[in-house]
Design a protein around this ligand. Structure first.
Ligand code: NIG
Ligand code: FE
Length: 412
């Protein structure tokens, strides 16, 4: 099946030569083709060009996109989209003066979500999660990472990971699974994170690996959660099972998580709201990509990741939603791109690069996703009629998406 899209006002993020990721100054460049056409064949981008050079392509269907932009679908490399219920009460508690930390210390927070999830059947968890996935696909997300971590028992963690697998099988877009058994300390391990890490390493991790339920390993490296020693130990054990680290670090405190990630060859280090000069320095000359989650900063009223310092020091940066019930209950990448421009001083070019090709890199998907390139998957967004791509972050909170294609098929 060949689909031809004509009169595209601008085809955005066109990469003739394959790129893995863009860093520093390169992030300011967003290659575009104006007055363009795009041809898909089945689930792939087959060809593209300018209207003045439109060959006789004999497509099965043709769509006129006059006034509209086409860009790669968003690559959301950090989410906790599989969860049960919600935490609206904690949201109200925070409005009334409690902090995120105080709520967690009272047994709320992640433990609250874990309790709900443990009591939710696999079918119901799938039902709630698939609704969220459908919603983010309509919002332009064409590749996504999803973590476990609201189970915290072997049984419930495996349940989450099976749900992630079913989502991948059912929806066909790349859904990367991350095992986050070390997300918070279950009550019975209070004050003894080492003992819990040993349990995860001995009892849960081997099963996750044997069942091939996760490609990545994650841990919440933070005061009150897991230490650098815990992090190092877990990442080493997970690596011996073939899992690659993508970890939560520097959200509230800089305790050396970035260093632990780089040392263990993490694909990404995520959050980074609190960054010291040595954290920037260690990322240079590494293959680890920093990932910012501005939706979390907005929702928790915490500092934004210092994107300018990161990019201006020559590093790459990816943007993701962190979609979860406690710190970022939104999977809207359009809003994330807006926040990056408004609150983190990223240019629209930098933000779109961060949310497409760099997001793909943070999920090991640069070869197939994240840009308009021949042979890549036909995952793209068609905008409404807009004046420039800067209109996307500019009109924050509005939807400028006309339609979304994933694997060459229109998302309904
Ligand atoms: O990425 N920081 C750790 N984990 C999540 C939030 C978890 C929650 O509050 O449920 C995050 O922000
Ligand atoms: Fe997270």
């Amino acid at each position: 099946m060949k689909l031809l899209f004509t009169n595209i006002k601008e085809l955005v993020q066109v990469r003739e030569k394959p790129v893995e990721k863009v860093s520093g100054e390169e992030m300011k460049i967003l290659p575009c083709l104006s007055n363009a056409w795009l041809l898909t064949r089945d689930d792939e981008i087959f060809d593209y060009g300018q209207m003045k050079n439109l060959p006789d392509l004999k497509p099965d269907e043709t769509y006129d996109l006059s006034g509209k932009f086409v860009l790669p679908a968003w690559c959301d490399s950090h989410t906790h989209l599989v969860y049960a219920g919600n935490r609206e009460q904690e949201f109200v508690d925070r409005i009334n003066g409690l902090t995120y930390e105080e709520i967690a210390n009272r047994g709320g927070g992640i433990l609250n979500s874990a309790k709900t999830l443990q009591q939710t059947s696999e079918e119901e968890l799938y039902r709630q999660s698939s609704k969220r996935l459908e919603q983010v696909m309509q919002l332009g997300t064409g590749a996504i990472e999803i973590k476990s971590g609201y189970g915290l028992t072997k049984e419930a963690e495996l349940k989450m990971l099976r749900v992630i697998k079913k989502l991948r099988e059912h929806y066909g877009l790349p859904v990367k699974a991350t095992f986050l058994g070390a997300h918070a300390l279950p009550k019975e391990y209070k004050g003894n994170s080492e003992k819990y890490i040993d349990h995860v390493i001995r009892e849960v991790l081997p099963e996750v690996a044997n069942l091939e339920l996760a490609e990545y390993i994650d841990i919440f490296c933070e005061n009150g959660y897991f230490t650098i020693e815990d992090t190092d130990k877990l990442l080493k054990a997970a690596k011996s099972h073939g899992l690659v680290p993508k970890i939560h670090v520097n959200q509230f405190n800089a305790i050396g998580g970035v260093q632990a990630g780089v040392k263990n060859e993490a694909l990404s280090v995520d959050h980074l709201e609190i960054m010291r000069p040595e954290d920037l320095a260690i990322l240079k000359n590494s293959n680890t990509i920093p990932v910012a989650l501005p939706g979390c900063s907005l929702f928790l009223n915490i500092p934004y990741t210092p994107a300018r310092a990161i990019i201006d020091s020559g590093l790459p940066l990816a943007l993701a939603t962190d979609y979860n019930p406690g710190s970022a209950p939104s999977g809207n990448m359009n809003l994330v791109v807006s926040l990056a421009c408004i609150k983190m001083n990223m240019t629209p070019e930098e933000a779109i690069n961060a949310a497409t090709i760099n997001g793909a890199y943070a999920m090991g998907l640069s070869k197939t996703h994240g840009s308009i390139s021949k042979g890549k998957k036909a995952n793209f967004i068609i905008t409404e009629e807009i004046s420039s791509y800067a209109h996307l972050p500019y009109s924050f909170g509005n939807s400028e998406i006309n339609s979304v294609y994933i694997n060459g098929k229109l998302v309904n």
